[in-house]
Write a protein that binds this ligand. Structure first.
Ligand code: NAP
Length: 302
């Protein structure tokens, strides 16, 4: 019998991490987690830096990061520093552990965001587009990706620039579920801003694709091929919930609640296409927002 392959998932306790670990287990992988919280299933960041990568790790994935849109946190310099450090330092620690390991994993897969692309009404971006830091979050994305970079030939490396991840019990859907449920939902104004999105199932499948596709390297846009606006999303979500889509969320309100930098993640958006993902032969289970929303709202809550 062949030995079970282990994936080391940093941030495996989070929204995406929990789904990814479950999905990888279903596909025959063993999981080890890197976490700030000690548990029998996980190693700590201290363990990683002092003892190095656990033995016989097949793949390393990093999904760590302080939640940017945590409504309980004000957008202060201290919080911004946490948001930044939790991404840059974890990617760096994993990259160093991989480069120092005697037995290298086959692949290092990281995540960053479509916030690396500057919102523009006309311009469509793909993985080959030029990127430049234009605000705090885009500069952070650049540093985040840079921090993961390995010396040549250390191992294969893929970074997924993810759009908003859609699933029932976390992220944006969790925040919107209650207002829509009570008939108080609506688009975030102006509504015409693009909303790069991906269904959680497809994101997990894309991670597996990166782990298993031995020729794959470089950047992939973790977004569905259907480009939609915030209004399109809101309409699809309301329809799936069988609720009205009447109450637009004013831009000003989000600017006040979240701070302008953060609010821009919702009030502005990028037109992002997964050209390289499709060129590499990945196929989506949920390429269409109506089907994605229907599947998601049909699920029971946890
Ligand atoms: N959700 C989305 O729609 C989306 C879209 C694009 C990109 N992403 C990126 O994908 C990653 C995972 O997203 P998610 O929604 O799954 O995030 P999440 O649930 O908020 O958190 C992921 C994990 O990060 C770790 N973490 C939190 N704060 C930390 C800190 N200060 N220092 C070190 N580790 C910390 C936590 O693990 P422990 O408590 O076990 O340490 C947590 O479980 C994030 O980097 C996020 O920016 C997410």
């Amino acid at each position: 019998m062949s030995e079970m392959r282990t994936v080391l998932v940093a941030g495996g306790t989070g929204f995406i991490g929990t789904h990814l670990c479950k999905f990888l287990r279903k596909n025959g992988y063993g999981i080890q987690i890197v976490s700030r919280m000690p548990s029998p299933m996980s190693i700590s960041w201290n363990d990683l830096t002092s003892k190095g990568l656990p033995e016989k790790v097949h793949a390393v994935v990093n999904l760590s990061g302080q939640n940017v849109l945590d409504m309980k946190q004000r957008w202060t310099p201290g919080f911004k520093q946490n948001v930044y450090n939790s991404r840059i330092n974890t990617n760096k620690a994993l990259a160093n552990a991989i480069m120092d390991a005697d037995h290298k994993p086959k692949v290092f897969v990281t995540i960053s965001g479509v916030g690396i692309y500057k919102p523009d009404i006309k311009r469509e971006y793909n993985e080959y587009s030029d990127v430049e830091g234009y605000d705090f979050l885009s500069k952070m994305c650049l540093d985040w990706e840079k921090a993961a970079r390995l010396e040549e030939n250390a191992c294969r490396q893929v970074n997924i620039r993810s759009g908003v991840v859609l699933e029932r019990n976390g992220g944006m859907i969790q925040q919107l579920y209650t207002p829509f449920f009570f008939g108080l939902g609506g688009p975030v104004m102006p509504g015409s801003q693009y909303l790069p999105w991906i269904h959680m199932m497809d994101l997990c499948r894309l991670f597996l694709f990166c782990i298993e596709n031995e020729k794959l390297n470089g950047t992939l846009n973790g977004v569905a091929p259907q480009i939609i606006t915030n209004s399109d999303f809101s309409e699809a979500f309301a329809k799936a919930m069988r609720r009205p889509n009447f109450f637009p969320v004013p831009e000003m309100m989000l600017n006040i609640m979240l701070g302008r930098d953060r609010a821009s993640m919702l009030t502005k958006g990028q037109k992002v296409f997964p050209k390289r993902v499709l060129d590499k032969g990945f196929t989506y289970k949920f390429p269409n927002i109506e089907d994605a929303c229907k599947e998601i709202v049909a699920k029971p809550s946890n």
